[in-house]
Design a protein around this ligand. Structure first.
Ligand SMILES: *Cc1c(COP(=O)(O)O)cnc(C)c1O
Length: 454
């Protein structure tokens, strides 16, 4: 009998997060203060984040214990299943073994709640009763709303205008969980008013929404703190519970991946599945191919510039060394909102720079083709973001079909697509276009990247 689901006994839920910092190859460039352009001090972040998270952001401890209260909430949906995609393998006629970690079973429908719970916990622990954040496609706003609700924290969500208008059910979901939602740019912040003055009809962007949410926290005199759904070290850290579980589950069926794949927006779900394997492979002298998958319409890792840049449009956030398309890059309106970000986590960028991770870009029609194949074989309708990882997994499996190699492929199923059916509808009726950006567009955005000499 086939073992489709590789479950992990609840008592084996990992009790620590894996910190990649001490295992990083080479040395990393520090984050810089946006005003002085000097390396950031922990205190510089204290206006917007609680100390517990700032310490994690800068930690070099190899592991960080998951607090009991966070473990209790993780147990509502963790350990998540690891599944062997036998039916997908058959459809592809591949000798490869394809496994996926199913984060779509989380209450928010995606991996983002793994860090939302931790962030709400550390805020609550320091007496914070209000958080602000941004959301693009809506998954992060959903996740933080649930987590804040669980800890009795008010949650103010700035939602990119285009998503706010196009995704009324996602909006209602956030409100159901108690989040207070505002389309961005809004007239409630200085940066929002400035963006609207520039262009009253702007559809907004993640970079603008971040400016608004950060401003709210920065001007609140400690009453409100800010939460970010990806990019920062502490966010990636919290997601490593995914890979820590996967290590235990894969070992149960005596498998070790040759290839580990994640879609990459800010880099958190990729880091979640890949970083623990990176550390494990390093300790045990094994070799794994890690693949970050992004859209051709927002090709941060494959065509971006490796440089210091801001995380937001109004240049309020610290400067991070990263691959960037420029902090005021406006990505085309593709249907994977979670991957439409101009930058990427420093840690992921560094690993790509060091050639420890590989990056590929895929257009949206082949992504949806893989999504539909996956839905019809495995029964789960994936988020369009996740479809990027599935596309790459399918391509790897097809290479194995041609070469006869039986590689073991593991990818992260970062979320389901139940709120993205209009995107599926557009694909199924042949209305999606594939977007390759002109060099001129990228050059113009790149010209905005600040000149930094440290
Ligand atoms: C937000 C999101 C992503 C992209 O963000 P990362 O930080 O790169 O993981 C991918 N998949 C889903 C389902 C998301 O919600």
């Amino acid at each position: 009998m086939r073992q489709y689901n590789i479950e992990l006994e609840p008592h084996r839920l990992p009790d620590h997060w894996y910190n990649i910092a001490p295992d990083m190859p080479g040395s990393m460039d520090p984050p810089l203060h946006p005003g002085t352009m000097q390396p950031l001090n922990p205190d510089d972040l204290a206006a917007i984040f609680p100390m517990g998270l700032i310490q994690q952001e800068m930690s070099t401890e190899p592991q960080i214990a998951i607090p009991g209260e966070v473990m209790d909430i993780y147990r509502l949906y963790r350990p998540t299943p690891l599944r062997r995609a036998y039916r997908l393998e058959e459809a592809l006629e591949t000798p490869a073994h394809i496994y996926y970690k199913n984060e779509s079973v989380a209450p928010s429908g995606s991996h983002k709640i793994n860090t939302a719970i931790a962030q709400a916990y550390y805020n609550k622990a320091e007496g914070i009763s209000s958080m602000s954040t941004e959301t693009g496609a809506g998954q992060w706003g959903t996740a933080l709303s649930i987590a804040c609700q669980m800890f009795g924290i008010a949650c103010q969500v700035y939602m990119v205008r285009v998503s706010y208008d196009q995704k009324p059910y996602r909006r209602a979901l956030i409100q159901t969980y108690g989040g207070n939602i505002m389309p961005s740019p809004s007239d409630t912040t200085d940066s929002g008013r400035a963006f609207l003055k520039d262009d009253p009809n702007t559809t907004g962007s993640l970079g603008m929404a971040i400016s608004e949410a950060v401003e709210v926290a920065a001007k609140s005199e400690g009453a409100t703190k800010y939460g970010l759904g990806s990019v920062l070290n502490h966010v990636l850290l919290h997601q490593t519970v995914i890979g820590e579980e996967a290590l235990l589950q894969m070992a149960k069926v005596d498998e070790y991946p040759d290839v580990v794949i994640g879609c990459c927006g800010g880099g958190s779900n990729l880091a979640g599945i890949a970083f623990p394997y990176y550390g494990d492979a390093k300790r045990n002298g094994r070799s794994i191919e890690f693949i970050a998958v992004e859209p051709t319409s927002c090709p941060t890792l494959t065509r971006g510039h490796y440089a210091y840049d801001f995380g937001d449009t109004a240049k309020i956030t610290p400067l991070l060394k990263q691959y960037t398309l420029g902090h005021n890059f406006m990505p085309p309106g593709i249907h994977a909102g979670g991957l439409r970000y101009h930058g990427v986590a420093s840690q992921v960028a560094h690993l790509v720079r060091e050639k420890a991770f590989k990056a590929v870009a895929v257009p949206q029609n082949p992504v949806f083709e893989a999504c539909v194949l996956f839905a019809r074989t495995e029964g789960i309708v994936p988020a369009p973001e996740t479809g990027h990882a599935i596309r790459a997994a399918v391509d790897e499996a097809l290479k194995c079909r041609d070469s006869g190699e039986a590689k073991t492929i593991l990818f992260n199923l970062s979320g389901h697509g139940h709120f993205d059916m209009s995107a599926y509808e557009a694909y199924l009726s042949g209305k999606l276009t594939d977007i390759e950006l002109d060099d001129a567009v990228l050059d113009a955005a790149e010209a905005m990247i600040p000149q930094v000499s440290v």
